[in-house]
Design a protein. Structure first.
Length: 361
C-alpha cells in the first residue's frame, strides 16, 4: 500500500508530495519548501517513516528548496536533474532513471521547457505522476525566463506526459486556485494551452503573450536552489535546527504545536510558567495539579493573558492535551513565543509518576 500526502505552502502556492512504502516505511519527498521543513519533518516522524531521498522537479524560482536541511535532519539523498546546473546533490537524474523507496519505484521522464532541468516522476504502476512546472492543472509553467522554451515544453507534454494512461492522476508543483489534481484524460481534452488539436505554433503564440510579472523570489531562490537550498544564514527563523527553542527539549507536531513531555518539563533549562487551563473543579479534583501551576480556564484565557509573564516560557496543561493545544493558539495570537503543550496532559503526568498537589491516590 502506498502512503501519500499532498502538502501545501501558501506563501509560494507550492505542493510538496510525500510518498512512502507502507511495509518498509521508506519514503521520498518531492519538492520540499525551505520554510516548511519543520512541518514535513514532523509528519515524517509521526508516520514513522524513514526519508531516503528528496526529489526536485526543477530548479525553482519562487521558493528555496528544503532539500539540504532535510539531508541534515534525516540523512536523505538529494536528487535533481543532471542538466539542472545544481551543485551539491547526491544523485543526478536522466531519462528512465528509477528511484526506489522500499518496494515502490518512481520512474524519471525528462520534461524540459519551463527549465532545461525539468523532470516528471511517474509511479511504478502509472497511477500518478508529478509534473512539476511543466504541466499544471488546465495550464502550464512559464517559458519566458530561466531557459524557457515553448517548443520543448510542447514536446515534453505531448510525448512524455500525455503518453501516460488516460486515468493516470497528475499532480503539479503549483496551483494558484486551490485545485489539487487532474488526470491525463482531462488535460488532453480540456487544457486550453496544450490540449485537443492545439499545435506547437498555437502554444508558442499563447506563451509569448502571457505578459506575466517577474517572479518576486527569483533572485534569491534560483541561486540558493543551484546549491540545493544550502542555507548561508538562517532565512526564516523556523527552519534551521539551531533556531529551535533552547529552553527545553521540545518536539514540533504536524498540528503545528511545540510539545513537551513530562521528563522534558522536569529538565527544563529555564524557569517555566505552568498554565493549567482546566476548570476549577478539575484543578482540585482527582488528578490534582502540578506544583506552582496557574489556573486560568480555557474559556477565560483570551481575556486574562496579561496575568502571564512574557519573559518566561509557558507550558500549557489540561486533562489530556487537547484544550491546552488550543491555549497555545490563543497565546500565539496574543504575541507569546516561548510556549509548549504538555503532551498527554495530567493523565500522562500522573501515569508516569510525577508529583502532584491535591488529587487522589
Amino acid at each position: 500500500m502506498l502512503i501519500f500526502r499532498q502538502l501545501f505552502d501558501p506563501q509560494s502556492s507550492t505542493y510538496t508530495y510525500l510518498l512512502g512504502d507502507s511495509q518498509s516505511r521508506v519514503a521520498v519527498l518531492i519538492d520540499p519548501v525551505f520554510e516548511q521543513v519543520r512541518r514535513d519533518a514532523a509528519l515524517i516522524d509521526e508516520l514513522g517513516l524513514k526519508l531516503v531521498a528528496t526529489l526536485e522537479t526543477h530548479v525553482h524560482a519562487d521558493h528555496v528548496t528544503g532539500a539540504s536541511l532535510l539531508r541534515q535532519r534525516f540523512g536523505s539523498k538529494i536528487m535533481v536533474s543532471k542538466v539542472s546546473g545544481a551543485e551539491g546533490a547526491d544523485r543526478y537524474l536522466v531519462q528512465d532513471d528509477v528511484i526506489a523507496f522500499g518496494s515502490r519505484r518512481l520512474l524519471v521522464r525528462v520534461t524540459p521547457g519551463h527549465t532545461n532541468g525539468c523532470v516528471t516522476y511517474v509511479l511504478d504502476d502509472s497511477s500518478m505522476a508529478f509534473t512539476g512546472d511543466c504541466l499544471l492543472i488546465r495550464g502550464s509553467g512559464r517559458t519566458d525566463f530561466q531557459e524557457g522554451d515553448p517548443s520543448a515544453m510542447y514536446r515534453s507534454v505531448r510525448e512524455q506526459i500525455f503518453s501516460l494512461p488516460a486515468e493516470c492522476l497528475l499532480y503539479p508543483a503549483h496551483d494558484y486556485r486551490g485545485l489539487t489534481a487532474t488526470s491525463v484524460a482531462e488535460e488532453r481534452r480540456y487544457n486550453p494551452r496544450l490540449g485537443g488539436d492545439i499545435a506547437v505554433g498555437d502554444f508558442a503564440g499563447y506563451m509569448a503573450n502571457l505578459r506575466l510579472a517577474h517572479p518576486k523570489m527569483i533572485d534569491v531562490a534560483v541561486p540558493a536552489n543551484l546549491h540545493c537550498g544550502r542555507p548561508e544564514s538562517d532565512a526564516g527563523g523556523a527552519i534551521n535546527p539551531a533556531t529551535d527553542p533552547s529552553w527545553a527539549h521540545l518536539r514540533y507536531s504536524f498540528a503545528g504545536v511545540w510539545e513537551i513531555d513530562p521528563h522534558g518539563l522536569e529538565e527544563a533549562q529555564a524557569p517555566v510558567q505552568i498554565l493549567d487551563v482546566r476548570e476549577a473543579e478539575e484543578f482540585t479534583g482527582p488528578l490534582g495539579h502540578i506544583e506552582g501551576a496557574v489556573l486560568i480556564p480555557l474559556g477565560e484565557l483570551a481575556g486574562r493573558v496579561d496575568e502571564l509573564a512574557r519573559d518566561r516560557p509557558i507550558v500549557a496543561v489540561c486533562r489530556a492535551g487537547s484544550r491546552s493545544a488550543q491555549a497555545i493558539t490563543i497565546l500565539q495570537q496574543a504575541g507569546f513565543s516561548d510556549i509548549a503543550n504538555l503532551n498527554g496532559g495530567m493523565l500522562r503526568w500522573r501515569a508516569e509518576g510525577y508529583p502532584v498537589e491535591g488529587g487522589s491516590a
